[in-house]
Design a protein around this ligand. Structure first.
Ligand code: GDP
Length: 379
């Protein structure tokens, strides 16, 4: 029962249970509901919308907050954001190119994040003018909708280093789309003065091809100790590697790591000389204990020296530009096709027909494509 006595402050309100027949009960006026939102809280100022020039200027000055916002814009799926992002990228392009772009791959557990942390510090300590951006392409994000690679917490030292910028993998979209965004992020980072770019990926799928087509040097991190080192390594990934390093060459693993290195060297002899003209070197190191980090880096520096002199460096970057032009076209065509609701409807019908063996896959595909092309000419 309420213990509030009715008086001037708490008058009896009009309520059926306040009628005389109900004795012993009183319904008092309630107290005023407090506002849902704390009235004393200061309204958070909305971030002013930056113009294309604001973005470019901020990026050029190395403003981390503006760079971060620009990367978010690149990753956004909202068409208006994309328009601004493309303009920003276009304006940043003249300031890019003078960099070392290095792809780093290896199966989960190979020690990528541990190694990137020490490789990164090595690069930053080598020359005070160096800056480093760590980006990632994470193929699993499509399914999990969360990104794993490039996570700041995985790179303890770099994440607090003032000259390092770490950005996790964009998590939305197809692998092609994610890869394209990472590539566009490279442009922004380079315009902001990051002259070393690491792109990390898990060495298990197709994302290697995407990374390979945006970096100058592709480093494969391997492990020893399974006794059958070459098993499970996709031949394609080996062929893409410009250098291989065997991690965890420490403790009682040293002999096995050296043995694995020899096996890799022998295997690489069976491959044709890569287009760079440089046969990949194999080194052993320990990311955790920091052994031989300089050896890994000497291998990479010597590669850059050779390909810069031979002209392969420039040629590869030109070919990559061409690759990304076609990739972008493919991506847009696919998305234009699949995002059409009529096509979606027709595809559902055709899919059932193909599954029920009522129509062959070729005829079904031809029908859908005809519908699509006809609809284009009608527009
Ligand atoms: P990632 O999944 O490829 O990023 O691998 P991590 O960097 O997360 O490393 C996986 C595990 O291997 C962690 O427990 C690390 O501590 C360990 N690890 C990484 N590098 C080394 C190394 O050089 N030696 C040894 N013994 N362990 C290492």
């Amino acid at each position: 029962m309420s213990n509030i006595q009715h008086n001037d402050e708490h008058p009896l309100i009009e309520h059926p249970e306040n009628e005389e027949q109900y004795t012993g009960l009183q319904v008092n006026a309630g107290i005023e509901m407090p506002p849902m939102v704390n009235p004393y809280m200061k309204k958070r100022k909305k971030r002013p919308q930056l113009s294309v020039n604001d973005y470019v200027e901020g990026i050029r000055k190395g403003n981390l907050s503006v760079l971060g916002q620009a990367v978010t814009l690149v990753e956004s799926l909202i068409p208006e954001h994309q328009v601004i992002a493309q303009e920003v990228i276009e304006k940043c392009l003249p300031y890019t190119g003078d960099s070392k772009r290095i792809g780093i791959t290896g199966v989960p557990g190979a020690g990528k994040s541990t190694s990137i942390d020490v490789f990164g510090l090595h690069v930053l300590e080598k020359d005070p003018a160096n800056k480093l951006a760590v980006l990632a392409i994470d193929p699993s994000s499509e399914r999990s909708k969360g990104s794993i690679l490039g996570d700041k917490t995985r790179m303890e030292k770099l994440s607090v280093h003032p000259k390092a910028f770490i950005r996790p993998s964009p998590s939305a979209g197809s692998l092609g789309g994610v890869a394209r965004k990472t590539r566009e992020t490279i442009v922004l980072c380079e315009a902001a003065g990051y002259n070393n770019i690491f792109v990390e990926t898990v060495g298990v799928g197709q994302s290697e091809t995407a990374v390979h087509s945006m970096v100058d040097f592709f480093l494969l991190i391997q492990l020893a100790g399974t006794g059958d080192e070459l098993q499970g390594i996709k031949r394609g990934i080996m062929e893409m590697a410009d250098g291989i390093c065997i991690n965890k060459c420490d403790g009682d693993n040293v002999d096995r790591a050296n043995l694995a290195a020899n096996q890799f060297r022998n295997a690489l002899h069976l491959f044709p000389v890569p287009p760079s003209g440089v046969t990949p070197e194999v080194t052993t190191y320990s990311g955790y204990y920091g052994y031989n980090i300089d050896k890994v880096w000497d291998m990479i520096d010597s590669y850059f020296d050779t390909v810069r002199k031979s002209g392969y460096f420039e040629e590869k970057r030109r070919q990559q530009e061409k690759y990304w032009m076609y990739e972008t076209i493919n991506e847009h065509l696919k998305s234009h096709f699949y995002s059409n609701p009529e096509i979606e409807r027709l595809l559902n019908i055709k899919q059932e027909m193909v599954l029920d063996s009522k129509q062959s896959s070729f005829i079904a595909a031809a029908d859908v494509l005809k519908y699509y092309f006809d609809s284009l000419t009608k527009q």
